[in-house]
Design a protein around this ligand. Structure first.
Ligand SMILES: [Cu+2]
Length: 308
């Protein structure tokens, strides 16, 4: 979004006078990104959704930007090739060329159609590699969470918060509460503090699963006998939905993941009660502000403050 706004601001310089400025201001206001940034969000698929899911953190922002870059390169190439084909069909039709040309080589053209695609691939490769290394791991994690895929539910552990662990089972359709999403809800969500860099250590108990949350830009295989690392960060409080996306068996389609990002103080309170409940052999329960209803609004907070 930032680069879109930047582009419109660039336009302000070219469209002179108050009309141009008012137009640009209206467009920026309509985009409304900065004002809406602190509201609780729901990261989930929507009916008739186009493109990628809404972003809840920096990794997804980077994925969305890269996706936009590649998309416009594809659009440009498609238009160019289609126009070239149309021109050739018209220009070299048999009717207008009773004696066809016998040209078979053009050195400049051949060098150009080799070098230009290479340059396009380099333009794609550089941000692509940057993104791969960016999403690979975080250097200074604020928190570590263990994720284990099992047939067919998730098992989470908080080694730095009292080392409690719990299961996260899908909610069956007949048990859904009002407003809950079918096939995407769980009984015990993963709870994380907003703005924290979270190291995710992923493994599998039985077969290969995959920990996948589109709106946070996270995906890591969960492989038995191995520990794979990745990271995530939610910059906005909210509920983020995902699923196992590695075909792992008969109930593969029903391994939902729910991550609830709450303000750090609320996370600490949740972790404290989770430790207590765990000691009593109970599951951790939902975070206080989200206990009432799924996707319910949580206290808006200043992300800049949280991140220090
Ligand atoms: Cu699975």
């Amino acid at each position: 979004m930032r680069h879109v706004i930047g582009a419109f601001r660039g336009m302000a310089g070219r469209i002179s006078g108050p009309v141009g400025l008012a137009l640009v201001a209206a467009v920026i206001a309509a985009l409304g990104a900065p004002a809406a940034a602190q509201e609780a969000m729901v990261g989930a698929p929507v009916p008739w959704g186009m493109g990628l899911q809404q972003s809840g953190g920096p990794i997804k922002d980077a994925i969305s930007s890269f996706n936009t870059l590649v998309f416009w390169i594809i659009v440009a190439i498609t238009i160019f090739v289609a126009a070239l084909l149309a021109y050739v069909i018209w220009r070299f039709r048999a009717e207008a060329n009773p004696n066809p040309s016998r040209t078979s080589h053009n050195t400049v053209l051949e060098i150009a159609w080799t070098v230009v695609p290479v340059l396009i691939l380099v333009v794609i490769a550089i941000p692509s590699f940057r993104l791969i290394y960016y999403q690979d791991r975080t250097v200074d994690a604020d928190l570590t969470i263990n994720v284990q895929g099992r047939q067919w539910y998730w098992h989470y552990g908080y080694p730095e918060n009292g080392n409690f662990t719990f299961d996260s089972y899908p909610v069956q359709t007949e048990d859904l509460a009002a407003g809950q999403m079918r096939n995407l809800e769980v009984d015990n969500p993963l709870v994380i503090p907003v703005g924290a860099n979270i190291r995710v250590l992923s493994t599998g108990q039985d077969v290969i699963h995959s920990f996948f949350i589109p709106s946070l830009g996270v995906q890591r295989y969960s492989i038995p006998g191995r520990t794979l690392e990745t990271w995530m960060r939610a910059d906005r409080p909210g509920t983020f939905y995902g699923q196992c996306n590695q075909i792992c068996g008969v109930n593969h389609w029903f391994m939902p993941i729910v991550v609830r990002a709450v303000p750090p103080a609320e996370f600490e309170a949740w972790a404290a009660q989770a430790r207590t409940r765990f000691a009593q052999g109970l599951p951790p329960g939902p975070p206080a502000a989200l206990a009432a209803a799924p996707g319910a609004a949580v206290t808006p907070i200043n992300v800049a403050e949280v991140r220090r």
